[in-house]
Write a protein that binds this ligand. Structure first.
Ligand code: SF4
Length: 445
């Protein structure tokens, strides 16, 4: 595309960190190809939605947005509307049936083609669907165009082989594939040289990293990879997400405890506190196993910040099953809980289960669960009062004039007053108070 015919792109990202990383990757490809970006839909020539299929609500939002764009397209010749991400692989051509003005449907393994597909759609008006999986394609950060200069996501694996009965990921992202460790370490080194201080290793189930690589003659586990990344010069913080409780070996806990750059933080989705429902979910662990892993983590890592995902109203969930979840919550007392009402996803086993739970029951259980989770989160914040947190500065705090904000090693948001701080600075802050889940404090010299 000639720079004089530059097109402006409006991109909206839904869902998880993988989508954020992939949107950055596509943005970088588009900028290299002389596209530019706008935050105004009416100013745009191209609208791209990077979508998430994990819950019905996220998909409904995209369908509703798409429905509004028929008129927008008619207002200017050559305008293009595209869907990327999980909805592209889960719906494919069906998306064109539901939104006939859609020009392009591009799945996560086909992003290198996005600039070309936009150009062709704009010139020919023909729609294209590209949703095949590509086992060797992983999005990489462009060190010259990092959306944050001090933090980056690195995709270390994709897809999932667990096939939990409620989840679409094995269908939208394909089977589990690990990225070669030398590529991951090389990308980490490049990021460190570009000034990045914190990396988050991403995958649907990072703990099973390396399993697929064995068949190619390489043996490396996630624990070993984590240690290698943690030792890259210049990287001060390493996080990872998401962990499956089944694949959480002792050697991983030991790396977390012994490598100083690995942060005291873990997201460990439990999903539910009833063995009967865990079995129906095909999670392949019991409540007892989960509690034993939590005990191992907490006894090995001081001040561990622990978060989880919970689903309420899974098919067949009784009052007794739900009480099991509340009991588990009371026992573990998470720092934060991401709670969801079960929503049936097309093609999954659970969507075909006959004993779906009524919406009003799900609503009532979710409200009770959230009340307890918020109480625990507030109590966990109180334990930080008077402590000195090391904060990696993200920038000026919008709602606190003269203030800055950043993340502690535990991944809590910390706000403080000060002068002249820059994104990427590391600052010691003594915590004076908290409001909801945010901590507020004073800089220590
Ligand atoms: S482990 Fe996670 S990504 Fe994989 S199927 Fe289960 S919920 Fe989905």
């Amino acid at each position: 595309m000639n720079p004089t015919t530059e097109k402006k792109v409006f991109m909206e990202t839904f869902g998880c960190q993988s989508n954020v990383l992939e949107s950055d990757h596509v943005s970088s490809l588009l900028v290299k190809d002389h596209f530019s970006f706008t935050n105004e839909i009416n100013d745009a020539d191209v609208i791209l939605f990077n979508t998430c299929s994990i819950r019905a609500h996220a998909e409904d939002k995209v369908f509703s947005r798409l429905g509004q764009l028929g008129e927008w397209k008619k207002q200017k010749e050559g305008r293009v509307v595209g869907v990327m991400g999980c909805m592209a692989t889960s719906y494919k051509d069906q998306l064109l049936e539901r939104a006939p003005h859609l020009d392009m449907v591009v799945g996560p393994d086909q992003y290198l083609k996005v600039p070309q597909v936009i150009r062709e759609a704009s010139q020919t008006g023909k729609s294209q669907v590209l949703a095949d999986f590509d086992p060797i394609y992983f999005p990489e950060n462009d060190v010259n165009r990092l959306s944050q200069p001090h933090k980056a996501f690195i995709e270390i694996m994709k897809g999932c082989d667990k096939f939990c009965t409620f989840c679409v990921v094995p269908f939208t992202r394909g089977r589990e594939i690990s990225r070669p460790s030398e590529d991951i370490v090389f990308e980490t080194q490049k990021l460190a040289q570009a000034g990045v201080k914190e990396v988050m290793l991403l995958g649907q189930n990072v703990n099973s990293y390396g399993l697929g690589l064995k068949s190619r003659g390489k043996t490396i586990t996630f624990s070993e990879l984590l240690r290698e990344v943690a030792r890259v010069k210049g990287i001060e913080r390493v996080r990872f997400m998401t962990s499956h409780p089944l694949d959480l070996p002792d050697d991983l806990v030991e790396v977390m405890a012994s490598e100083s750059s690995v942060c005291e933080s873990i997201h460990l989705p439990v999903q539910c506190g009833s063995d009967r429902i865990l079995k129906r979910m095909s999670r392949k662990y019991t409540v007892e196993h989960y509690l034993e892993r939590v005990q191992k983590l907490r006894s090995s890592i001081k001040d561990l910040f622990m978060t989880t995902d919970l689903i309420v109203g899974f098919p067949g969930e009784t009052d007794e099953d739900f009480q099991g979840t509340m009991d588990l919550l009371e026992q573990i007392r998470y720092d934060a809980v991401y709670s969801f009402k079960y929503s049936p996803r097309i093609g999954t086993v659970a969507a075909r289960m006959l004993d779906q739970v009524p919406e009003e029951v799900k609503d009532e259980r979710l409200a009770r669960l959230n009340e307890l989770a918020w109480k625990h989160a507030a109590q966990a914040c109180e334990t930080r009062l008077g402590k000195v947190e090391e904060v990696l500065v993200d920038g000026p705090a919008d709602k606190t004039p003269g203030g800055f904000y950043g993340k502690s090693r535990q991944n809590r948001t910390v706000v403080f007053l000060g002068d002249g701080y820059r994104t990427g600075d590391m600052v010691k802050v003594k915590i004076d108070r908290h409001k909801v889940a945010n901590l507020y404090g004073t800089v220590q010299s």
